[in-house]
Each structure stands twice: as C-alpha cells, then as structure tokens.
Design a protein around this ligand. Structure first.
Ligand code: CA
Ligand code: CA
Ligand code: CA
Ligand code: CA
Length: 287
C-alpha cells in the first residue's frame, strides 16, 4: 500500500511507515551550508547535515552559466537530467562525495529518495564592482563614456584612459576638478581644459599619466600649457569583480523511495554567498 506524507514548511523531523518499520530521519539541514559543485555540463547543489550521514542534493544538467548574471530560474525536475536525491548513509560523507566525477564506494547509501517531480527555484544575485573608490548606484544605467560598461563597474568612467581611482583625488566625496569647470576629473574628458581630450594627451599611447613634457607641472593632460594632440581612439583593458550569491528552494517536491513517498510543498535550502567570485577582463570597443 502506497503511503503519502505531506509536510508543510516543517522539516525538523518526519517519519515514514513501511510495512511496520518506522524509519526516522532528522531531515535537519537548517544549520548546514548550501554548497555547490560545477562540472562541464552539470551543477550539483547539496547540503550535508550536521552529523554528516544525510544529504539532500540537486543535480542540474546544463552547459549554461548559471552564476554570471542575476536571474530567477525555475527548473522542472524530471528524475534524470534534473534530479533531487535525499540520502542516508552508513557513515559520514564529505563534499568530495558530490564533487568527484566518480562517487566513492563508501559510505554506503542506506536510503535513497529520488525527487523526480516538482520545481527547483534558483535565484542568482550578481554584483559587479569596479573597486574605483566611488559609491555607485548598481541600479543606474548611466554609461558616461558609452563604452558598454555602466559606470558602477567601469573603472574609467569618462573613457579618457585614466582610471577613475586615480582621478578622484584625496576625497571621493569631493572629487578633484583640475580645470574648475564644474565637471570632476573622473567625468571630464578634458581634465585641464586646454581643448585637447585627455585621451589624446597620451603621446599616442594608452596611458596619459606617463606622458610628461614638464615634470614640474606633471602629465600633459593636467598641464594646460601643453596641448600636443595625438589621436588615440582606443580604450585600455578594463577589469571588474563579479560576485554572485544564490538561493535555492523547491516547490511541490515529491521524494520517492520504493513504496514510500514524501511530498514537500516548499523546501528552502537557503543561500550560498559568493558561489562565483572572479575578475572579469574586457577591452571595450571604441564607438
Ligand atoms: Ca562606461
Ligand atoms: Ca577616467
Ligand atoms: Ca573638470
Ligand atoms: Ca586636455
């Protein structure tokens, strides 16, 4: 006889009956961290409970990058390419159990509930940061130099090939304005106001800072007395930091193990911070 147990929001404990045997599982994953392994064409999200003899895992088969931009994905479980396993073991397991290509033979799986129906909800929140010293609004679409990198992750906001971090001066709240025209250097394409773009005061290179005619004054782009123009319509290489956090939950998850069936209306596996944390390097096209 098939028995169905429906749990609402509470997963601290449940029991399932099977021909007189009482199977007690803690289903206690609240205290443990969500972890992730990424393979060539799959991801595994898993939690190992505190005594390391139970796990719940989700394997998704996809070659998509799931962590490079903010998104909410609903992934239908099908029992094969996208599948949940809730397992008990006869000994402790470690993250290597999920992250190695060939699972270890020990410990043994003593119970394996397979989740072949329901929906996994994966929320990715991605942050991009140019670390340029400015507090910048991540919701702003401002792209001052129109190079395709929005200001909040563009390390050279005005596209003059002088990094913003080197144009702010000592106080980012009162950024330097060398020519006093009311436009701060980091947003001013002609910093010394001599009529020649800063980008064109680099002696034909990509670094205006090192092009110095008069060492007593400094670089030509900050010396209004020198206005030698060499047209250079190229940007230097940009880098920014990409960081992603994820949240994983399930809706309508049905776990089956032979005749036993457990239905979880919702199951929240919590979050993992910085599942992705990498530096992106890009050289913007000049338009
Ligand atoms: Ca930009
Ligand atoms: Ca700049
Ligand atoms: Ca200015
Ligand atoms: Ca200039």
């Amino acid at each position: 006889m098939k028995k169905t147990l429906v749990l609402f929001l509470s997963f601290l404990a449940f029991t399932a009956c099977n021909d007189g045997d009482i199977i007690v599982t803690s289903f206690d994953f609240d205290e443990t961290n969500l972890q992730t392994c990424k393979g060539a064409s799959s991801y595994v999200f898993y939690k190992i409970n505190s005594n390391a003899t139970e796990s719940i895992s989700l394997r998704i088969t996809t070659s998509d990058e799931l962590f490079l931009e903010s998104s909410t994905r609903e992934i239908a479980l099908d029992g094969s390419s996208n599948v949940v396993n809730y397992r008990n073991y006869d000994g402790e397991i470690t993250s290597g159990y999920f992250c190695s290509a060939i699972p270890p033979v020990e410990p043994l799986v003593t119970a394996d509930y397979i989740g072949a129906s329901g929906v996994a909800i994966l929320i990715t929140e991605t942050t991009l940061d140019d670390n340029d010293g400015l507090e910048e609004d991540m919701n702003s679409n401002l792209d001052t130099d129109m190079d395709g990198l929005l200001n909040f992750y563009d390390l050279d906001d005005d596209g003059d090939n002088v990094p913003t971090a080197l144009e702010l001066g000592d106080d980012p709240l009162n950024p330097r304005d060398s020519d006093g025209d009311g436009i701060a250097d980091y947003l001013d394409s002609d910093d010394d106001g001599d009529g020649v773009l800063t980008r064109y005061e680099a002696g034909g290179g990509l670094d205006p800072i090192t092009n110095v005619t008069d060492p007593a004054v400094g670089p030509d782009y900050l010396n209004p007395a020198v206005s030698t123009e060499v047209i250079i319509d190229e940007y230097r290489t940009h880098t920014y930091q990409l960081t992603s956090d994820i949240q994983l939950s399930f809706s309508g998850l049905v776990l089956t193990n032979g005749e036993e069936e457990i239905t979880l209306e919702t199951l929240n596996l919590g979050e993992q911070q910085q599942v992705e944390d990498r530096e992106i390097t890009v050289t913007p096209e000049f338009n």
